[in-house]
Structure formats: C-alpha cells, structure tokens
Write a protein that binds this ligand. Structure first.
Ligand SMILES: C[S@@+](CC[C@H](N)C(=O)[O-])C[C@H]1O[C@@H](n2cnc3c(N)ncnc32)[C@H](O)[C@@H]1O
Length: 267
C-alpha cells in the first residue's frame, strides 16, 4: 500500500479522536443532509475510514441498506464498532468487490484525493450504480482556505527545514473544482456538478489538532522519517498554538461536493 494512503497501528484511533469531531464531522453533517434529500435505498460508502460520515449516512437514511468500505483494515476495525448497523468491508475503491448496478447512491467523503487514478475510481462508482443512481464525492478545497490545515502547514514549515508536504500534496492536492467536474464527466456521469461550501469546525485546542494531524494521518510517516515523532508533534503543537491561539479554536474549511448521475443505457 502507498504510504500516502496507509493508516496502521494507532493511527485510526488518533485520527478519530483528534480530527474526527473538529475536521470531519462538520462536513459529514452536510453530506448527510444531501443524502437524506436523495432518499436512496442501497448506499455504498467508499473510504469510510473510522465511520465519521457513516454515522451521518445512517442517520440520514435509517432504513437503507448501507455498506461502508475502506482500503485499510485498521480503519474498518474502528468503523464497524462505531456503526454496527452498516455492513463493513475492506475494499479498494479502484477495484470494488460488488457487481454492476448494485447501489442507487455511492458516497465518498475525503477519499478520492487518495486514489492513484481518480477517473478510474469514479468509473468504478459508475459501474456499481444502477442507471439513474447518484454519486456524491467530497474533497477539500484550497489549503489556504482551511484554517486548521493551513496553520499546520505553517507550523511544520517553522519546525523543519525540509517540511513534509503530505497535507498540501494529498488531502489538498485535488482542490480544483474544475478538475473534479471534468473527472466526473470523463468517468461517464451525466449532469455532473460541483458545489463549493464553507464549513465551520471547532477543536478543543491547537494542541489537539496537532496531535491528530501528526499522529493520525500519513504525515506521521514523513515526520518519523525526520526525527522523534513525539518531540516533533510537541514542536508543531506549539507553533500551531502561536498561529491559532490558546484554548478552543474555531476554523473555516472550504469543501467541494461533486455529484453526477449514472446515465440510462442509450440515453
Ligand atoms: C481522510 S480519511 C477519510 C475517512 C472518512 N471518509 C472521513 O471523512 O472521516 C481517507 C480515507 O481514505 C481511505 N483510502 C485511501 N485510499 C483508498 C482506496 N484506494 N480505496 C478505499 N479507501 C481508500 C483511507 O484508508 C482513509 O480511511
């Protein structure tokens, strides 16, 4: 597995505890509202991670069949504890273990940026959707329009002479809504559109966020390659506190929500 897409050991727990409520849950609430409006019956979630968005999907469509998948078994192990009413499965989004036309909605929050071939992943979404089925793909916008990520990038740059680039390269590396729109069209979706929204997140402190980013994302491997992880996390936390201030912090985060419809044959 590519290091950029690997969550192992304690990473899922750290991610879930320190980043889940502040960074991912507010976006999941937006996703859940969109899904409730569509009222699907058979839902597939890709890159479900520890289940932050799965909770919102479950609440949005309590009676729907819900299958939650992720590439990393350690993520799935946490997710299935959190949302046992979903069926959990390890699956690579680029090679889904489901027949054609199995679902009427595919949702993916902050996963597509990790796909080595985004169009191939979106084509897999189209394949497993029935005609008329919808895809919902959520990506991060510009890192400069994400209070917490941009504070992290500033902090890491102050701490290390050769700062790791994971955050800008991967989670924020697919931040152009025109690219997402074009890729949805290339993958075969009709009526593709991308809406950009700004979501607000709250964290208990900048230290909390630093622990999440440094220990609960693949940034961890890049930091470990440069020095002692605990010492680097403390230094990054101090610099993030200098940027964001002491105590509880509030941030805004730009998000792109792409959608499209699998066409009917001959349409
Ligand atoms: C930033 S997390 C997002 C998790 C969750 N959707 C959320 O919003 O909290 C990215 C997730 O993408 C998963 N992932 C990366 N590459 C993947 C792939 N090719 N197929 C499926 N999942 C993948 C990772 O394992 C990780 O759980």
């Amino acid at each position: 597995m590519e290091p950029d897409a690997s969550w192992t050991g304690s990473m899922p727990q750290v991610y879930d505890r320190h980043l889940g409520p502040a960074v991912f849950a507010p976006v999941a609430a937006d996703l859940g509202a969109r899904v409730a409006h569509l009222a699907p019956h058979r839902v597939l979630e890709l890159a479900a991670g520890t289940g932050v968005a799965t909770v919102a999907l479950r609440d949005a469509v309590p009676d729907a069949e819900l299958i939650a998948t992720d590439l990393n078994p350690a993520m799935v192990a946490v997710g299935e504890q959190r949302v046992p009413s979903a069926r959990w499965q390890v699956a690579d989004a680029l090679d889904l273990p489901f027949p054609d036309r199995s679902f009427d909605l595919v949702a993916c929050q902050f996963g597509v940026m990790f796909f080595p071939d985004k169009v191939a992943g979106l084509r897999e979404c189209a394949r497993v959707l029935e005609p008329g089925g919808r895809v919902l793909v959520v990506t991060w916008g510009d890192v400069a329009r994400h209070t917490f990520s941009s504070a992290l990038v500033t902090a890491v740059g102050r701490v290390l002479a050769d700062p790791p680039a994971f955050i800008a390269r991967v989670p924020h590396g697919y931040d152009d809504p025109r690219a997402l729109l074009a890729d949805l069209g290339t993958a075969g979706f009709d009526d593709a559109s991308v809406e950009t929204v700004t979501v607000t997140g709250h964290a208990s402190s900048a230290v909390d966020l630093a622990e999440g980013f440094c220990g609960g994302t693949p940034l961890r491997g890049e930091l470990t390659a440069r020095g002692d992880l605990e010492a680097l996390t403390r230094a990054v936390a101090a610099e993030m506190t200098a940027v964001l201030g002491e105590g509880p912090v509030t941030g805004t985060m730009e998000v792109h929500v792409g959608t499209g419809t699998r066409p009917h044959p001959g349409a």
